[in-house]
Design a protein around this ligand. Structure first.
Ligand code: SAH
Length: 215
């Protein structure tokens, strides 16, 4: 059981989201209705509505809710779109995406996290998401091209193979930076001529790593 006021914490979070410029009513509605407590372990339940990243299994983290909302808003997800997410982690961002896109493909390198996230989304009756054990550096060719791509682990440079799977006119949001250094969240728009790149803010994500972890 929670020993804190859930409604008050939720109201505070929504207020903070508005303050940082998350104004899209659909996204605010998702943030309000998708319960973050479903995506953290028992020991972090009392902190699940704080605007902080929290530890999850496999030494990874569930992102800060304000950052989830901010990145989602910058994806500008159109109706009837196909979205690729790299770095499923807890599945929280995946659940938000599932409400805005028609299909979501989410890939994760840790088998344990894939299994847990799949179970969580099933419990929430989310059926338009496919979570796959894959190395994100390769994107997901069988379903390319994508309307939108979100990367939730930091990479040293824009992964070429992944961006090649983005449609012209598509948007990708990706944190770029060297391990243990300041990272920049980039919004990349693919045009006929190339990539339009805008820096959104400084962020701190776990680093994207090569290869799968099956144990
Ligand atoms: N949005 C997630 C954030 C998870 S942290 C959430 O809110 O829960 C980033 C995730 O990216 C981690 O789970 C990590 O295992 C995963 N990751 C790192 N490198 C990867 C790769 N090459 N392919 C797929 N997933 C990767």
């Amino acid at each position: 059981m929670y020993n804190f006021d859930m409604n008050e914490s939720k109201a505070l979070l929504i207020l903070k989201l508005r303050k940082i410029g998350v104004s899209n009513p659909e996204i605010l509605d998702c943030m309000e209705s998708i319960d973050r407590s479903r995506f953290v372990s028992e020991s972090f339940l009392s902190r699940c509505l704080e605007d902080i990243a929290l530890p999850i299994d496999c030494g990874q983290t569930i992102s800060q809710p304000s950052l989830v909302a901010f990145m989602t808003q910058h994806l500008e997800i159109p109706q009837r779109s196909k979205v690729l997410e790299i770095g499923t982690g807890s599945g929280y961002q995946t659940a938000i995406l599932s409400r805005l896109a028609s299909r979501v493909y989410s890939i994760e390198r840790h088998k344990k996290l894939v299994d847990i996230a799949k179970r969580r989304l099933e419990k929430l009756n989310i059926s338009n998401v496919t979570i796959l054990l894959q190395d994100g550096f390769f994107g997901y060719a069988p379903q390319a091209p994508f309307d939108r791509i979100i990367v939730t682990a930091a990479v040293e440079e824009i992964p070429r193979l992944v961006v090649s799977q983005l449609k012209v006119g598509g948007i990708m949001v990706v944190p770029i930076g060297l391990p243990n250094q300041k990272q920049s969240l980039l919004k990349v728009v693919k045009t006929e001529k190339g990539l339009d790149i805008k820096e959104l803010m400084s962020v701190r994500f776990v680093q994207m790593k090569e290869g799968l972890v099956k144990s």
